[in-house]
Design a protein around this ligand. Structure first.
Ligand code: Z5A
Length: 208
């Protein structure tokens, strides 16, 4: 039996990083062995692909190119980090996984869902999250939080509010498609309240 695989999803600024770090601290306090990672990234090669994907560039990046780069990073990450951790009994908390590809490259960039499913399956080697926490916030709220950080927006953050609105819609459609795996949490609540719901959910679903 492998350890639990938990993913966090949501539009930018939805609070994934904040909540994943809180959950990690909570699990550490309970002595539960786990590892925190993110996509795209998690290995040196996948981190290089991340830089390619997120950096601003003059050359137009075609949706198919973007899709294949995300999947390439995932194939490397799953095989060198996620699978070995899960098989050794270490739980994995991952900031984004293949639902992000369905929401961003599928719903927002309009690439056919069946092709995305096929590529997600290939890249993930059949590994599927046991639980996905969807932190749901309207794009305007996510944008306001990101602006508050005062950093220069990356290539995907620079997309329009409409683009991010479609991403959110995509996530809500995925929730309908996978009601047993994906749990929606209202990400507009104060961070303490969001974390209380995260804790209640992992306790009910995974016994943590
Ligand atoms: N992408 C893709 O297109 N396809 C794929 O297959 C994958 C990814 C895997 C990765 O960027 C980009 O790649 C991402 C999707 C795309 N692009 N976008 N947009 P990333 O990893 O750098 O960015 P991100 O995943 O969007 O994360 P983020 O912008 O850092 O947001 P976050 O992690 O969800 O939020 P946070 O850092 O926890 O919080 C943001 C701010 O809000 C921060 O100042 C917090 O203190 C504050 N915050 C957090 N929670 C709250 C609450 N509850 N209330 C008020 N303020 C809060």
């Amino acid at each position: 039996m492998t350890a639990p695989f938990v993913t966090f999803e949501g539009i930018e600024g939805s609070g994934k990083t904040t909540q994943i770090l809180r959950l990690s601290g909570y699990l550490a306090g309970k002595g539960i062995s786990h590892r925190v990672t993110r996509e795209p990234g998690g290995t040196p090669l996948a981190d290089e692909i991340r830089s390619l994907l997120l950096s601003q560039r003059e050359e137009f990046v075609f949706p198919e190119t973007e899709l294949l780069l995300y999947e390439a990073a995932r194939a490397q990450h799953v095989r060198s980090v996620i699978l070995p951790s899960l098989s050794s009994g270490q739980a994995v908390l991952c900031d984004r996984f293949y639902d992000a590809t369905s929401a961003y490259q599928g719903f927002s960039r309009n690439i056919d869902a069946a092709r995305i499913d096929w590529l997600n399956d290939l890249a993930s080697g059949g590994v599927s999250p046991d639980l996905t926490l969807l932190l749901d916030v309207p794009p305007a709220d996510g944008f306001a939080r990101i602006r508050g950080r005062g950093t220069r927006p990356d290539r995907i953050e620079s997309e329009s509010v409409e683009f991010h609105g479609k991403v959110r819609e995509g996530y809500l459609r995925l929730l309908e498609r996978h009601p047993g795996r994906i749990v929606r949490i209202d990400g507009t609540l104060p961070a303490d309240d969001v974390f209380r719901r995260v804790r209640e959910t992992v306790s009910a679903r995974l016994g943590w």
